[in-house]
Design a protein around this ligand. Structure first.
Ligand code: NAD
Length: 381
């Protein structure tokens, strides 16, 4: 089976889908691995490092896309490259399926089996393939480190003969994978940390990291079967904002990570709340790419409101492209190893398998995933 990893085409992306260590694992399985020349440039990995790991180097992207049995990438494919893929090829990448239906239709029409990395199930079995988690973990870390570098203050308490500096206060809103790592990082740097999430199960996790959980009585809450947050009503959100306002006002750094899977992020910190914060303090909006948790945040911009800065970094994991690529490549290798058929020396497609049911969106010329299948009425027309 021939696997091919093309260079990413997304502007500014420094992460890649395959690193040499993952190539070596795949070659050991019995796969033939090809990577586009210069794939590792952004990581300072030479083509030679990939060949030493057992890959061959392609200087003809279109030909390699057309001959590969499986294409591995980070970002969704440009739609004009879908037609180059071989009928029956497997394509593995992020696909942004809730926002890009034309791409799903193109993949189905091309007879490609598309595995979507955002849809890897949140199960114990699939944890090692979960790219959303591996990347969110780095985003959480980087949100604190980048904010700390721009704050103009320090995070730990310092007691010196020249005086005592109190610890900075960090408030984390949304305690999923990124939020937990943000709390752990801020604690390690010596900050006083508070956090809030609408899922009640999170309280214990926050406390176990030595942070304080902010309590808000929002009535009925909970989480979906996949472990994601449920959407709040407008009244619940308003109640949440009232409590958050007080904690934002006394914080030096506010980090928001509150997302709703497949839907726009809720606006939690309003313009009025931002204006209620001390000049010099910072917000980092990790949800900026899905609409933002902070009113006024802008993708890849620093917005200043009455001396308070809102940092709207997109692609935070890209700021640590080496570990982010290592983890993503490892997620891919784990997925491939899991379904590798030793006798056939190939990836075993099995749309009935529970894990593949979760993440296989197109197969056999159709969109087959329950969440994206054309409605029955569309079928009839
Ligand atoms: P996410 O990125 O979708 O959301 C981040 C956080 O925002 C979540 O904790 C969510 O509850 C919270 N949130 C949503 N609306 C909010 C609001 N109005 N106010 C405050 N917080 C709000 O979530 P995620 O980080 O991808 O993970 C969600 C859960 O799934 C976590 O419990 C995580 O541990 C679990 N998980 C399980 C597995 C597994 O079992 N394999 C893998 C990954 C994640």
């Amino acid at each position: 089976m021939k696997l091919f990893a093309p260079k990413e085409t997304c502007a500014g992306e420094r992460r890649v889908a395959l690193v040499p260590a993952a190539v070596a694992r795949l070659v050991k399985l019995g796969a033939e691995v090809e990577v586009e020349a210069g794939l590792g440039e952004t990581l300072r990995e030479s083509d030679a490092a990939y060949t030493e790991a057992g890959a061959t180097i392609s200087h003809d992207r279109r030909a390699s896309l057309g001959s590969a049995d499986m294409v591995l990438r980070l970002h969704k494919p440009p739609v004009d490259e879908v037609g180059l893929l071989k009928q029956g090829a497997i394509h593995v990448s992020y696909l942004d399926p809730f926002n890009d239906r034309p791409l799903l239709e193109a993949l189905a029409a091309a007879g490609v089996s598309a595995i979507c990395m955002e849809m890897i199930p949140r199960s114990t079995l699939a944890q090692k393939m979960d790219a959303l988690s591996s990347q969110a973990n780095l985003a959480g870390y980087l949100s604190v480190v980048l904010a700390a570098g721009q704050l103009g203050r320090i995070l730990p308490m310092m007691m010196t003969p020249s005086g005592t500096i109190p610890p900075a206060r960090v408030f984390v809103i949304g305690v999923g994978v990124a939020g937990l790592q943000a709390i752990a990082t801020a604690k390690r740097l010596g900050a006083r940390v508070e956090a809030f999430d609408t899922r009640p199960v999170v309280e214990e996790q926050v406390q176990s990291l030595g942070a304080k959980f902010v309590k808000v009585d929002l009535g009925e809450m909970g989480e979906t079967k996949q472990g994601y947050a449920k959407q709040l009503t407008e009244e619940q959100l308003e109640k949440q904002r009232q409590v958050m306002a007080k904690h934002c006002a006394q914080s030096d750094i506010v980090i928001t990570t509150a997302q709703l899977f497949g839907r726009p992020a809720p606006v939690i910190v309003t313009d009025e709340m931002v204006r209620g914060m001390r000049p010099g303090s910072l917000l980092v909006d990790l949800a900026v790419e899905t609409g933002g948790n902070v009113e006024g945040s802008k993708v890849d911009e620093v917005v200043e409101v009455d001396g308070v800065r809102i940092l709207g970094y997109s692609n935070l994991p890209g700021h640590a492209a080496v570990p982010a690529s290592e983890m993503y490549a490892s997620n891919l290798a784990n997925l491939i190893e899991h379904f590798w058929d030793k006798d056939e020396k190939g990836f075993r497609m099995d749309p009935a398998d529970e894990l593949q049911q979760g993440c296989l969106l197109t197969h056999g010329g159709a969109i087959i995933h329950e969440s994206f299948k054309p409605a029955a009425s569309d079928d009839a027309s």
